[in-house]
Write a protein that binds this ligand. Structure first.
Ligand code: NOJ
Length: 562
């Protein structure tokens, strides 16, 4: 029996502040810009905002490199602006969850500045320092952002570990003093009134002792060392300690971002009995369209793989932990472009994907601009891209590695993180109403058709459809708590499932293709429809044909019955 909780019944909206709304004309989104849009968000129906980092940062990785955990980035405003945002949110019954980035800090953090001074500095062990091996890095791990995961520091003739950029040194969680500093900092924010944390790559904080080389059968220069730092030996201990010291003393939401987590491990992280976290962001469904060489190795998605993966998570966590539900965020391409047709069926696709996601068991996350169906971007030149991951990869593959630039650009068009980071399109005026200045990254040229003003004024828009989806979740406990069962496992175009709760049933039908597809309710599924809850095509409202009919391109229908 699943226990009820406010964070299970919530709908979270993610804000990537740099690209959300600029209030002062410097071309960069800011905190006052968010406050200006709270009524728009309230009207959408969401009740929690996850705010990507707004802390002081030199912006090597757009704020995921933090130089001071207790200060606000100048470009985003002041602590007073932040306090005003929180107050205005709480007035509207909106909760705020902050990004907690504590696998690493910025190399401009005071701790790191001290740490690099000398081997006996009191802050030395706040980070992970090692001598070189045979005149090279201490091990063969590759950074997520290309190149080695180690940087040499002349001053003390040692290397420091950075799983991400060289300006993001990894913190040493083996050091109890460091852990205490982090807990104190978390309490400081919670005492200011924040309602929880999204924890950045939190399953990276425990590394395998000895930091061994990763197997390297192809003899590459550097290789992914993931299994030595993802879900490491002390991870559950650290999270339980954090829970005991901090989280358990507050009624807050926690979600841990966890690349490389599987269902069995996620059960441990999210089982309330174990007192660690409430939810994890898992990546399995984000990796299904990648080939063996990782993210940039493009592969078409097979819907059956998506079904198998989502179903494994739905069934796996049911009655044990809790799922987070997402199809895009600031690190992933826009969902309409990735999973559907972002041209002639853009609106249908967005509504279908929203239906698919919001009817699953778990807490749904809406990424800014998703509610108006924003799409991927294609810049002509690499110079127009801003993301460190993209730029480092391009340098390594094209400039140093002689790979075909067109092929690499194609992979950026499909998978690059800047797809998600173009400014939110508020209206049809210059720069989509995002800024009166020069935007830090170019606006998607489709803003004249795709923008929030248009969407709010059009009752058939994606925005209004999302409002309906969100309202349904609030009025039908079955959408939150019902058990999930997949039907039509092997169908290549239709994703269909049921939800069951206290004598009621939902039938969720979604067509993931641009063809018309015949649906027949399998004879072993017992379902009798009473009502059509929602659909992305005009219907007559009745339930006459629910068990046998033709789904239109990207059509979605949800029937309620028993
Ligand atoms: C995950 C964040 O979502 C991403 O944007 C960032 O680059 C890395 N963690 C490093 O903090």
């Amino acid at each position: 029996m699943t226990h009820k909780a406010w964070w299970k019944e919530s709908i979270v909206y993610q804000i990537y502040p740099r690209s959300f709304n600029d209030s002062n004309g410097d071309g960069i989104g800011d905190i006052k810009g968010i406050t200006e849009k709270l009524d728009y968000l309230k009207n959408l129906g969401i009740n929690v905002i996850w705010l990507s980092p707004v802390y002081k940062s030199p912006n090597d990785d757009n704020g995921y490199d933090i130089a001071d955990y207790k200060a606000i980035m100048d470009e985003f405003g002041t602590m007073e602006d932040w306090e005003e945002l929180l107050e205005e949110m709480h007035k509207r019954d909106l909760k705020l969850i902050m990004d907690l980035v504590v696998n690493h800090s910025s190399d401009e953090h005071e701790w790191f500045k001290e740490s690099r001074k000398s081997k006996d500095n009191p802050y030395r062990d706040y980070y992970i320092w090692r001598p070189g091996k045979d005149g090279k890095e201490p091990n063969n791990w590759e950074s997520t952002f290309s190149g080695p995961a180690w940087e040499y520091d002349e001053n003390t003739d040692e290397y420091f570990l950075h799983i991400f950029s060289r300006k993001q040194p990894d913190l040493n969680w083996e050091n109890p003093k460091l852990r205490q500093e982090i807990y104190d900092m978390m309490k400081w924010w919670l005492d200011k009134g924040v309602d929880g944390f999204r924890m950045d790559v939190i399953n990276f904080i425990s590394k395998v002792p000895g930091l061994p080389d990763a197997p390297n059968p192809e003899g590459k220069k550097y290789v992914g060392g993931g299994k030595y730092f993802m879900n490491g030996p002390r991870i559950h201990e650290f999270l339980r300690e954090m829970n005991e010291e901090v989280i358990s003393n507050y009624d807050v939401m926690t979600v841990g971002e966890m690349p490389g987590v599987d269902v069995e491990e996620a059960k441990k992280y999210t089982d309330p009995e174990r007192k660690e976290l409430q939810m994890v962001f898992q990546f399995e469904h984000m990796d299904l369209d990648s080939g063996p060489n990782g993210k940039w190795d493009l592969k078409p998605l097979d819907l059956r793989d998506l079904k198998a993966s989502i179903t494994r998570w739905q069934k796996g966590l049911q009655g044990v932990g809790w799922n987070s539900l997402y199809l895009n965020n600031h690190d992933q391409p826009r969902m309409v472009s990735r999973f559907g047709n972002d041209k002639e069926y853009r609106v249908e696709t967005a509504k279908m994907l929203g239906t698919f996601l919001h009817m699953l068991q778990g807490t749904p996350y809406v990424f800014q601009g998703e509610e108006i169906g924003m799409t991927n971007i294609k810049f002509d030149s690499i110079d127009e891209y801003k993301d460190i991951e993209i730029l480092n990869m391009y340098k390594e593959k094209v400039i140093e590695g002689n790979e075909d630039p067109d092929k690499v650009m194609e992979s950026i068009y499909v998978k690059g993180r800047d797809n998600a980071r173009t400014p939110v399109q508020w209206d049809a005026t210059e720069n989509a109403g995002f800024t009166t200045g020069e935007p830090w990254i170019k606006v998607n040229p489709n803003y004249k058709e795709v923008n929030a003003e248009q969407a709010v004024n059009d009752e058939n828009s994606i925005y209004h459809y999302y409002r309906e989806l969100i309202q349904l979740r609030k009025t039908h406990p079955i959408i939150v708590y019902g058990d999930y069962d997949l039907i039509l496992d092997e169908h290549e175009q239709i994703y269909a499932y049921t939800r069951t709760y206290e004598g009621e049933k939902l039938l969720v039908l979604t067509n993931f293709s641009e063809e018309e597809v015949k649906f027949d309710l399998p004879s072993d599924v017992s379902f009798e429809a009473d009502e059509l809850l929602i659909s992305n095509y005009p219907q007559n409202g009745g339930v006459e044909d629910y068990n046998s009919f033709t789904l239109k391109p990207y059509e979605a229908r949800v029937y309620k019955g028993k």
